[in-house]
Design a protein around this ligand. Structure first.
Ligand SMILES: [Mn+2]
Length: 315
């Protein structure tokens, strides 16, 4: 098999149990259960254990181990959730098969199934190529005419590259092409763009495709409210939101465990505000947390950030 959905090792959802304390002293590992068809509406986690896109993009491989590393941290977080959380397992993409496109399609089917059952879906990466797979699932789910999907990407990179084959640098270009073919509007807001990490050609592509963006240098202290106002205006104009977070948007000290650490980055404080605003809008259908590479992480820092964001995306 080039790709398959494998259930999570139950040993990952184990941890400390505080007995003898008053009140709710539980943690995530005591609440998260394997997803089964017909599970009550809640949040569904699904991993995308894939390095192919990063390899094809000449990045530092290792993101295939990201989903397990995020769950390991999530397991020990204190439970503050209202919604049940289900773990649908990981989509594994066989390296030797080199069928990244097939893996994206497989992820799309899994995401569409979970959305059809009424869950909010959080995809744990895995290379950022997962964003086209997850978007395709949402597009299938919202096939009804009139439902406009807005894609918010928190990323140092546009990921709008052209190419014969999909990579971790092409997902939003693929989404744009999907939208053009399907007669859907392409609504894309990229927050955290690093001018030095995106060529002039990519800025031109973004312009031509009608993308909106905010440079990292315009997201510093004193500019948070302006960014949040811009986000609010974007979210106002769409029906459902895919919020894709590439951990390489964060400062390298906060998120060292990525393929391409940021020289500047966007403060976690602002990324959390972005997450909170999209959740509060009631339009969040789907979220991605991409590019965690545990091989380059320091003291689990990046995994902790990813888990913290996943918990906030689940509220
Ligand atoms: Mn990216």
């Amino acid at each position: 098999m080039s790709f398959e959905l494998l259930p999570t090792d139950p040993a990952l959802w184990r941890g400390r149990v505080d007995t003898g304390e008053e009140g709710d002293a539980t943690r995530w590992h005591q609440h998260v259960k394997p997803w089964l068809r017909g599970s009550p509406r809640g949040v569904a986690l699904v991993g995308f254990a894939c390095d192919l896109g990063v390899r094809r993009n000449h990045g530092r491989p290792g993101a295939a181990a990201g989903p397990v590393a995020i769950r390991r941290v999530l397991a020990s977080l204190a439970w503050h959730q209202e919604l049940p959380v289900w773990d649908a397992g990981d989509v594994h993409v066989n390296e030797a098969g080199d069928d990244l496109e097939g893996g994206q399609a497989y992820l799309a089917g899994t995401v569409a199934d979970l959305l059809d059952e009424g869950h909010r879906v959080i995809v744990l990466g895995g290379g950022h190529e997962l964003a086209f797979g997850s978007f395709s699932g949402l597009a299938r789910h919202t096939a009804s005419p009139g439902a406009t999907i807005g894609v918010v990407n928190v990323d140092a990179h546009f990921d709008l590259r052209a190419g014969e084959r999909a990579t971790s640098g092409t997902p939003f270009r693929e989404i744009a092409e999907h939208c053009a073919a399907a007669g859907r509007p392409f609504r894309y807001l990229c927050l955290g763009v690093n001018r030095d990490a995106n060529t002039r050609a990519l800025f031109e592509t973004a312009q031509r495709l009608g993308a909106q963006w905010q440079l990292d240098e315009n997201m510093g202290a004193g500019q948070f409210q302006q960014v949040r106002d811009r986000l609010a205006a974007f979210v106002d104009g769409v029906d459902r939101v895919q919020l894709s977070i590439d951990l390489d948007a964060l400062p390298a000290a906060v998120a060292p465990g990525v393929s391409a650490p940021a020289a500047r980055g966007v403060a976690l404080e602002l990324v959390e505000a972005i997450v909170g605003d999209v959740v509060a809008s009631g339009k969040l259908a789907l979220a991605d947390i991409a590019e965690l590479n545990p091989a380059f992480d320091l003291d689990g820092r990046t995994a902790r950030v990813a888990a913290r964001l996943a918990a906030r995306l689940s509220r």
